[in-house]
Design a protein around this ligand. Structure first.
Ligand code: AVI
Length: 322
């Protein structure tokens, strides 16, 4: 597998700058959710996907396993497949296997995590006739590179699975899909996985599980700041909080300070916390089917087909670039 790697120093600098901006801003402190996924965070997210309370990943796996043939029957050939955030690639297997039944295939997973690209490659390496080229980049930078590589006459199928779209909050989901659309040509497709709204107790348990795996995933962001930026967060002074915001239809993950305290990042700055003050680390939007249809239209796509799961409300939607 060829890897297009982001220069390590460049990503370390952005991490430091974005952490400082988020912790030092006036009002609600924030940290970008993309930084939850260092090697330990990615392993913890894998563990989350196995939790009985977190049905999202298994729901999507069921949909892809059952309907892969039908899904790919809508995709024009020849096709080049790219995926925004492949993770370990397990769910993608069904789509790739269905597609490569007909012709050899190139698959470009785009990830900022080298560890995820490595595990994606080993997970999928047994599928003959698929050549995997990992792209270690932010999603849009990676997609720009992949789109530039497509041979003339080849269609692009972009996979954006796992409801990662829900982690773009406050209208950023439509802006992001519009940006994706700009790299596509009419007739290209986007397969979009989106978690649907469900009873409150089910949603809350999925993001605040009794064994505390999601809590560890969230708090690892502070541990990462300690490891990589020389922070002195005492993790026992903070706790994980998940709550549902009815206005935005999103689960919000926060890290709450258990007491008044001051944290230093290297010797360069200090951050004061009041008791109960939070750092907002992630939003996980929960969609209705109508909201998905509206999102598609607002971002330059036409909804072609949709598949649902019976046990855990989740929608896999095939969108056509119009
Ligand atoms: C990656 N993303 C779709 C997950 C979600 O459910 O929004 C991230 C996650 N955060 C806590 N648990 C899972």
């Amino acid at each position: 597998m060829t890897i297009t790697a982001a220069p390590a120093t460049e990503s370390a600098v952005s991490f430091g700058l974005e952490v400082r901006a988020g912790l030092c801003q006036a009002g609600q402190k924030t940290l970008p959710s993309k930084y939850l996924y260092d090697p330990l965070g990615s392993a913890l997210f894998e563990a989350i996907s196995l939790l009985p309370e977190y049905g999202l990943t298994r729901a999507e796996e069921r949909i892809l396993r059952r309907h892969a043939e039908e899904i790919v029957s809508h995709v024009p050939r020849p096709v080049l497949v790219s995926e925004l955030g492949s993770g370990n690639g397990r769910k993608t297997r069904w789509i790739l296997s269905a597609l490569c039944g007909r012709e050899p295939l190139s698959y470009y997973p785009i990830e900022i995590s080298r560890a995820a690209l490595d595990s994606c490659q080993s997970e999928l390496s047994d599928i003959e006739a698929v050549s995997i080229v990992g792209v270690e980049r932010e999603y849009l930078d990676g997609l720009r590179e992949v789109a530039a590589l497509r041979p003339e006459g080849t269609h692009l199928l972009v996979l954006f699975l796992g409801s990662t779209i829900g982690n773009f909050d406050g209208g950023a989901d439509a802006r992001f899909l519009r940006d994706v659309r700009r790299f596509l040509l009419p007739g290209d497709s986007l397969l979009l996985g989106a978690d649907l709204i469900k009873p409150l107790d089910r949603m809350l348990a999925a993001y605040d599980d009794p064994p505390g795996v999601t809590a560890a995933f969230n708090l690892n962001l502070l541990a990462r700041i300690n490891r990589e930026l020389g922070g002195d967060f005492n993790l026992r002074g903070f706790e994980h909080v998940a709550r549902f915001n009815e206005m935005t239809s999103s689960i919000e993950m926060h890290i709450r300070s258990r007491r008044e305290q001051v944290v230093h990042v290297r010797d360069s700055y200090a951050v004061a916390f009041k008791e109960g003050e939070t750092i907002w680390t992630e939003s996980c939007h929960k969609y209705t089917r109508e909201a998905i249809a509206a999102l598609a239209v607002a971002s330059g796509f036409r909804q072609q087909a949709q598949w649902m799961d019976d046990e855990w409300p989740f929608a896999e939607t095939l969108l056509l670039a119009s």
